[in-house]
Design a protein around this ligand. Structure first.
Ligand SMILES: [Zn+2]
Ligand SMILES: [Zn+2]
Length: 143
């Protein structure tokens, strides 16, 4: 199975944010938990409760280390969400917008095979990384 893949859109009602219960649109998910953009930002800067979720036996899309969490996001102009398997380290780096150029290139390459551009993925779009994959606005991790 690919480490970056399309998944079927959920047919059930839009799940509320698992931290603040806000409910508005299909938000990103980590493992089985939904996060609104505000709470995702809290996670990025280490204000929210740290993620304690059991990892799965898949391999990280970036480093191929075994033991991953699923990150699900809704690309712009895509009818289907995308799911990415990431190890804890790379998941934290993605959320905090501080992936290294190599990690960014790995994700970009795999998104391209799905016909997606990084500009369609909020956490990877051009305000956060330049074309070389250098992080432009990393969140400061206070933890
Ligand atoms: Zn929230
Ligand atoms: Zn990794």
């Amino acid at each position: 199975m690919h480490h970056v893949r399309f998944v079927t859109a959920e047919t059930e009602a839009t799940p509320a944010c698992s931290l603040c219960s806000a409910q508005n649109r299909p938000w990103d998910k980590i493992a089985t938990k939904t996060y609104c953009p505000h709470c995702m930002e809290s996670l990025a800067v280490g204000e929210a409760e740290p993620l304690i979720v059991r990892t799965e036996g898949r391999r990280c899309a970036v480093c191929h280390q075994q033991g991953t969490l699923r990150y699900l996001t809704h690309p712009l102009h895509s009818s289907k969400p995308v799911e990415i398997d990431l190890c804890g380290e790379h998941l934290r780096a993605l959320i905090a917008r501080r992936l290294g150029p190599h990690a960014f290139a790995q994700l970009r390459r795999q998104l391209v095979t799905l016909g997606l551009n990084v500009s369609q993925i909020f956490l990877l779009h051009e305000a956060f990384y330049d074309s070389f994959g250098r992080a432009l606005q990393p969140a400061i991790d206070l933890s």
